[in-house]
Design a protein around this ligand. Structure first.
Ligand code: PLP
Length: 371
């Protein structure tokens, strides 16, 4: 049987064996409700506590600063809808994920105050505009850590410092970055951060929002007293345990993983450059390992994606959430790519499980399709 090559790791990742095994007891035998105080629930309660400690340690936070959610979309919505409920103005960027942009659009319809920062051709937010717009009433700035379509990593520390100088809060959607690049919320000056387990080899439908101690925020879901009463609902213990195990595994081998993926990326770019294929790479020098956005002038990214699929290779045209729409991605538009270049774009995202053989096969397949 032909080996399939998965090269869409920004869309989702394979659940790690360690995470899978760590989850098993809580899916079957240890099914106690973690909120109950009898001894049968002790194991679930302990697992939740230990997992929260592990997650917090992986990003330099305290356990009580971690709030479990169902993933990146929920964490992002918590920020934007929370800002609206507190009457806080929001500054975000034009290249955010729809998990930020759509609630922002909704807020604008409710007469909320949202402003969007432009980016340069590499996808880096405009500092001067941010500085100018943080005058007047204090609010919250939400800028993604790394972009899902082109991989650009923002100057997070500088943005956080600027926000704090102006008395603004700083949130970052770090869904693509957590578990893939070093992040310490304390040293980077991050007030709030969104993350999602399925992007770092954890299970789907679970994530977290980090809220720095001392930041006054509003609850998301009211009901029981779970997550300090901020996000009620019986805890998904197996999901939290799987998320913690996957994150710890990635953080423990972060340097090695990044080196491996950067090597594969370099190999892919060098092999592609040696062919006669006409292409342009999008994004910035400072980017997520393995996130490769390529534009092929005169070709259709959608057609390339489908032909690669027929050859057993999974890549994406834009972000996964956009793949049902054929219009040009808002990110590619924002970095000033012409419509023809944008429509000829594919996104290859390599992960820790990819190999040199995968890279060779991807380049061979691109030659077959494009030459
Ligand atoms: N934010 C970014 C940057 C993403 O890439 C994604 C998913 O692709 C999300 C948020 C949404 O995360 P989730 O799939 O966990 O809801």
């Amino acid at each position: 049987m032909k080996k399939l090559i998965y090269a869409d790791n920004a869309a989702t990742t394979q659940l790690s064996k360690k995470a899978f095994e760590a989850m098993l007891p809580y899916l079957q035998n240890e099914y106690g409700n973690a909120s109950q105080s009898y001894s049968f629930s002790r194991s679930a309660k302990l697992a939740l506590r230990e997992s929260r400690e592990i997650i917090a340690k992986c990003i330099g936070a305290l356990p009580e600063e971690i709030f479990i959610t169902s993933g990146g979309t929920e964490s992002d919505n918590w920020i934007i809808q929370g800002a609206l409920r507190q009457g806080l103005p929001i500054i975000t960027s034009v290249i955010e994920h729809h998990a930020i942009l759509r609630p922002c659009e909704w807020i604008c319809n409710k007469a909320g105050d949202v402003s969007y920062l432009p980016v340069n051709q590499e996808g880096v937010v405009c500092f001067n505009t941010l500085n100018d717009r943080m005058n007047g009433k204090k609010g919250i700035t939400s800028i993604m850590f790394a972009n899902n379509e082109i991989g650009t990593i923002q100057p997070i520390n500088e943005i956080a410092l600027l926000c704090h100088r102006k008395g603004w809060l700083f949130h970052t959607d770090a869904v693509q970055a957590v578990g893939h690049t070093p992040i310490n919320v304390e040293t980077l000056g991050i007030d709030m951060l969104s993350a999602s387990a399925h992007k770092f080899n954890g299970p789907k439908g679970i994530g977290f929002l980090y809220i720095r101690r001392g930041v006054k925020w509003v609850p998301l879901i009211l009901g029981g007293s779970q997550e300090s009463g901020f996000r009620a609902g019986t805890e998904n213990v197996a999901g939290v345990v799987g998320m913690a195990a996957a994150l710890k595994e990635n953080i423990d081998s972060l340097e090695g993983n990044m080196q491996h993926i950067f090597n594969l990326e370099e190999m892919l770019m060098s092999e592609l450059s040696q062919t006669c294929i006409n292409f342009q790479r999008n994004g910035a020098n400072k980017h997520l390992a393995g996130n490769i956005s390529l534009s092929f002038p005169g070709h259709s990214g959608e057609a390339i994606m489908h032909r690669l699929d027929l050859l057993g290779i999974s890549v994406s045209t834009g972000s996964a959430c956009d793949s049902k729409e054929t219009n040009v991605s808002h990110v590619l538009k924002a970095i000033n790519l012409s419509e023809t270049m944008a429509l000829g774009t594919i996104r290859i995202t390599l992960g820790k499980n990819n190999t040199e053989e995968d890279v060779n096969k991807i380049v061979q397949a691109l030659c077959k399709i494009l030459l």
